[in-house]
Design a protein around this ligand. Structure first.
Ligand code: PGA
Length: 243
């Protein structure tokens, strides 16, 4: 696992955007795994800017989002579908048919998980996976658990995650209880993984991801077993790493 520590949130966002753009320059039909949440917002802004300046073309890029809430209509502003339209897809030229986000409103959610996993297998492997990290070490919505769940599946969100996300929904009761998420195996099959983290509130999380036990109780720890995974984090998030 590689570690890059940069000055602040803007720097890590720009670095991540440049990495995505460079990967697309090298492989125009890149298969790109995408996260949501607070952390990647600025990376998406930077990517939109790079695109507007004519330095990146998403025409042949294929995207797979990590996760989506179950039972939250796409048009709800808190769905990850809406998030992706607002922050990224509306502003760039990724083809509609190349955008893949799990359907949290599917009649049969289990079947939807299987469909999504098979689609990733058919179109993948994911060349570049961008991740955020939850305070409890979750990646995608892979919550702390007794075992690593390899494939796309339904996850019951922990109280901690629902509280963290309630800031977007206005109240805890409105946060969906379940989500569809790529599994840890789905993520680990990506050729290259970049994890972004920013801020002092992620310092303890990053310390555990880098130096704690590799355990499903802290899902991000598994990334240490990947052969091409880089954490790009700012100084505040790096504060608790032993020098
Ligand atoms: P955040 O979420 O970027 O909003 O902190 C990260 C995550 O939960 O994966």
């Amino acid at each position: 696992m590689n570690l890059i520590v940069m000055k602040d949130y803007n720097e890590i966002s720009r670095q991540a955007a440049l990495l995505v753009a460079a990967s697309i320059a090298l492989k125009p039909n890149l298969v790109l795994g995408l996260p949501t949440g607070r952390t990647p917002v600025q990376m998406y802004k930077e990517l939109v800017l790079i695109h507007r300046n004519g330095f990146v073309d998403f025409k042949n890029v294929v995207t797979f989002n990590l996760d989506e809430y179950v039972n939250l209509p796409r048009k709800n502003p808190n769905s990850y579908y809406s998030y992706m339209q607002k922050n990224f897809f509306r502003h760039v030229n990724v083809r509609k048919e190349n955008i893949h986000i799990p359907d949290g409103m599917a009649k049969n959610i289990k079947e939807e998980c299987t469909r999504y996993e098979e689609l990733i297998r058919a179109k993948g492997p994911i060349d570049l996976m961008i991740l955020g990290i939850g305070h409890n070490g979750h990646i995608g919505f892979n919550e702390p658990s007794d075992e690593f769940v390899p494939e796309t599946h339904i996850e019951s969100l922990t109280e901690k995650t629902r509280i963290a996300n309630s800031k977007y929904f206005g109240s805890l009761s409105k946060v969906p209880a379940k989500a569809i998420t790529m599994g840890l195996g789905t993520i680990m099959h990506s050729k290259k993984i970049i994890l972004l983290a920013s801020g002092r509130d992620k310092a303890e999380t990053i310390k555990r991801a880098i130096s704690g036990n590799i355990t499903p109780r802290f899902p991000a720890s598994v990334l240490r077993l990947h052969r091409d995974c880089t954490f790009i984090i700012d100084k505040e998030a790096a504060e608790m790493i032993k020098k």
